[in-house]
Design a protein around this ligand. Sequence first.
Ligand code: WTA
Length: 654
Amino acid sequence: MGKSLSNLLHENRRFEPPADLAANANATAETYAVASEDRLAFWADAARRLDWDKPFTEVLDWSTPPFAKWFADGTLNASYNCVDRHVEAGRGDKVAFHWVGEPADDTRTLTYAELQDEVSKAANAIEELGVEAGDRVAIYMPMIPEAVVSMLACARIGAVHTVVFGGFSADALASRIVDCGAKLVITADGGYRRGAPSALKPAVDEAVAKVEAEQSGLVENVLVVRRTGQDVAWNTDVDVWWHEVVDESSTDHKPKAFPAEHPLYVMYTSGTTGKPKGILHTTGGYLTQAAWTHSAVFDLKPETDVYWCTADIGWVTGHSYIVYGPLANGATQVLYEGTPDSPHKGRWWEIIQNYGVTIFYTAPTAIRTFMKWGAEIPAEYDLSTLRVLGSVGEPINPEAYVWYRETIGGGRTPVVDTWWQTETGAIMISPLPGVTAAKPGSAMTPIPGISADVVNDEAEPVPNGSGGYLVLTEPWPSMLRTLWGDDQRFIDTYWSRFEGIYFAGDGAKKDEDGDIWLLGRVDDVMNVSGHRLSTTEIESALVSHPKVAEAAVVGAADDTTGQAVVAFVILRESAGDGGEEIVADLRAHVAKEIGAIAKPKSIMVVAELPKTRSGKIMRRLLRDVAENRQVGDVTTLADSGVMDQIKTGMDSSS
Ligand code: WTA
């Protein structure tokens, strides 16, 4: 992979931290030194930023790897740490959430004191419905305050929540309910999407019927928030209205302390094969790392910052960086229900302007969409309050990174490219905004207290300037503890590829300075004529062409070369239809950027790319098209019509 590596690493722009941010930063160069001196003492200090009912005496128990215990003899309550302690410290009037509904002017403000009341009422209500510590509760909701309240109410009574993204199908919901054995489902009649009510309750009804057929009596109740007011079918045996049971409950609820290793939540994520994996996170270590990283990586100043993470709470990013990390830190946040283009394409920038957002955390796919829409749109808004920008979810191409920094951040703001996974629970590799001279496209180095490396097939660390597999070499506080009900799959998936170390499933490179560049999942690495090529790298080259807004690259089976590079591109609006020369133009451009070996064998100009609801491009489906196969399962696509459009385009162009 030598040649392609040297090309990605041609990127030599550096962005130094702004002097005023560096001078007052929560984490400094000293922080790295302290953590490397004594990693466990460092995490113990981070844990002491939380309120413990009974202080822990042991930091890490790694006597039965890969099953870690952190802070095991300590007890605490996650909900108390996220809510009550701020009220008790006299910050009850501080805004926890500026909630922005999708319909314009549908807004609501919740202070920490109000959040405490809401969470307490919900905790009383779900206890009344028979939910006890250790029971599982499925949450299937739009982005409304009650979603956060539900999660915190579960945590408060020691129930284990599993949030299922509201865009998932009834089948997906049913299989998750069965897998973790949830006795309560919390949902809403619907939510708003692109200006119209979108029903949720019918999917729950269908899921519950399915579960009932499989395991009768499992789901005892469905608790329903009235959000849209649309008609819903009602089963009086199980269904209860939120406004009838929660609103009537007492605002007094005493949180009980649980051991640090008490399960907090299960989050399902897709593996390489069919059945989703139930990632289990526990309380003390998870909350420690979520809170610490949120403070250090975003440099959160709770008194003055307004923080906005655009993720849905149905994903781990919403768990760690909307609910647990920011609330444990007492942050003031924006919580937005809708899509970026409703009712207009400037909605996000308008929200930043209206609420004076200072820290903004989103995904590369969103950034590239905004690039496609054009810089004129954000230019209409005052974004001068922004001081730190974050990116998560996939590698960010240098072009998108620089656009984000310049166009949204006005050239002032550090961009923190944060690498982590559902499994890691919290940020692992990222620049620190007051310390790192960041390189666009690189997640840079492990944060203080974290040990990561890039290794070859023999688990040996690769030298600087080489690529391999990303691994985590020491246990970390917010690591997954197992897969729900499947210890063996936990061991097989993460701990068997390399003896005793965690295999993340991502390819990565170390540059000449030892900084880390993520290359995408290892299954997205191609082998063309014996050369290893990264889909990310070729996509990055394509996106650096002025006419390209977005690109997806797959390796398609090829008789001669093993795999061939096939690219799907979306052109920028300003490029028109690109004309006939565009394909030749782009092939030459990739050859110039990376080398002839990376030149796509074919390039398809498309209007949309197939994406999951969390915005990940489903390359598997594109590979099906590229290899002339029947297109596989499209049920997790945000828009299932996209594949038809692409195939039709393909047929008419061949
Ligand atoms: C990818 C999301 C490059 C990676 C928090 C990882 C990234 C997977 C980055 C986890 C990043 C996430 N740079 N790749 N900054 N962040 N990824 O579980 O492939 O939805 O393994 O967690 O996303 O996705 P997940």
